[in-house]
Design a protein around this ligand. Structure first.
Ligand code: PLP
Length: 366
């Protein structure tokens, strides 16, 4: 008996490798979950806003009903906060959904999408899933090479993906360079600017791309509630772009792709600026704690603008296995063509300290 055959471009997709769940490691090594430290998925170690917590409890009573497919209230809240028109906003089941919607809307088999070497793994996934061709531009010092990306444009190019800051490198593009780049991209090509980590940027570095939307009709910015807002498990993100682009994505979008609990939590989270400020401050301190630890061990790392940092470690794969044995989950990034690196998310002070302590033991005993 033969099973249905998926097209070759589906068969050749390398499955996404996420951070190992705490419960899985607990089963594997027989450790209690409370003794495991997970610094592997760039989650917010503070959890969620107390306001979001309350909104979630309240929204539970409504789950027998379908969610508002237009997310009216959340749309109003985002419209006010980011000073964009309601029709410039499209919602996603996480911002990964926005990336996928863009691919399904604009790419057909034979088309090309451009992204950088070491850029976020979901860009190749969504590109390959629709039978389009990913054009990978070699990175420059682990960052996007914008001139190289411009040079890679062909008459088949339909989308350019840019992560700023990028995951897993944590690199940030200078605003002027990004603006000059947008000026040069032909307007029939969608530029998807993925700003999942914007809340972790200092005031001087924060993105101004939303102000550029009136100038670039081909710009689509994606944002998420998964990182600084702490709602990774609820799956809610959004895209900001030209109303016609948003309209096209909405035609492809599943009508109820963002559940009602996620919508309520997102609205409450947006209103809690104090929680985001605390998350930012904790991340700044934790980043300093971790990089100071790396310096003390003589390890080099890629200076990061996000809530994680990639560190260069001899025998990274082996060190990763040893960390797991001691209950510390970080992220190997060999699948990002960075086999000598491990990516570590910034956690609570005690979590960072445990990671550094275990890493020190491993390195000293090697
Ligand atoms: C984590 C991350 C996202 C967010 O994914 P969600 O689907 O919103 O949880 C998007 N882009 C990048 C670069 C990321 O690292």
């Amino acid at each position: 008996m033969t099973t249905p055959q998926a097209p070759h471009y589906i068969q050749s997709i390398a499955p996404y490798q996420g951070g190992k769940p705490i419960t899985e490691l607990a089963r594997e090594i027989g450790l209690k979950v409370e003794h495991i430290v997970k610094l592997a998925s760039n989650e917010n170690p503070l959890g969620i806003s107390p306001k979001a917590d309350y909104a979630i409890q309240e929204s539970i009573f409504e789950i027998a009903r379908y969610p508002d497919g237009n997310a009216f209230e959340l749309r109003s809240a985002i419209s006010q906060k980011f000073k964009v028109a309601p029709e410039q906003i499209v919602f996603g089941n996480g911002s990964n959904d926005i990336l996928e919607l863009a691919a399904r809307t604009y790419l057909t088999p034979g088309d090309e999408a451009i992204y950088s070497q070491h850029a976020f793994a979901v860009y190749p996934l969504v590109t390959q899933a629709v039978g389009a061709t990913g054009v990978v531009v070699p990175a420059k010092n682990f960052s996007h090479d914008l001139s190289g990306m411009l040079a890679a444009i062909s008459n088949k190019t339909k989308i350019i993906f840019i992560a700023n800051p990028n995951n897993p490198t944590g690199t940030l593009l200078a605003k002027d360079d990004l603006y000059a780049f947008l000026k040069q991209v032909p307007t029939h090509i969608l530029v998807l600017l993925d700003e999942a980590y914007d809340e972790y940027l200092s005031a001087e570095h924060k993105s101004e791309a939303i102000n550029w939307l009136h100038e670039f009709d081909n710009l689509l910015i994606s944002r998420t509630f998964s990182k600084a807002y702490g709602l990774a498990g609820l799956r809610v993100g959004f895209g900001l772009g030209h109303p016609q682009v948003v309209d096209m994505l909405n035609r492809v979008r599943q009508p109820f792709n963002v559940n009602s609990i996620a919508q309520a939590a997102a609205i409450a989270s947006l209103a809690d600026e104090d929680f985001v400020a605390r998350s930012y401050a904790l991340n700044q301190a934790g980043m300093l704690q971790i990089t100071t630890g790396f310096d003390a061990l003589g390890l080099s790392y890629i200076p990061s603008f996000a809530n994680f940092v990639s560190v260069k470690i001899p025998n990274a794969a082996q060190v990763n296995r040893q960390l797991l044995q001691k209950g510390v989950i970080v992220r190997p990034v060999a699948n990002y063509e960075m086999p000598d690196y491990l990516r570590v998310s910034v956690g609570l002070f005690a979590e960072n300290a445990k990671f550094l302590q275990v890493l020190t033991e491993i390195i000293k005993s090697a």
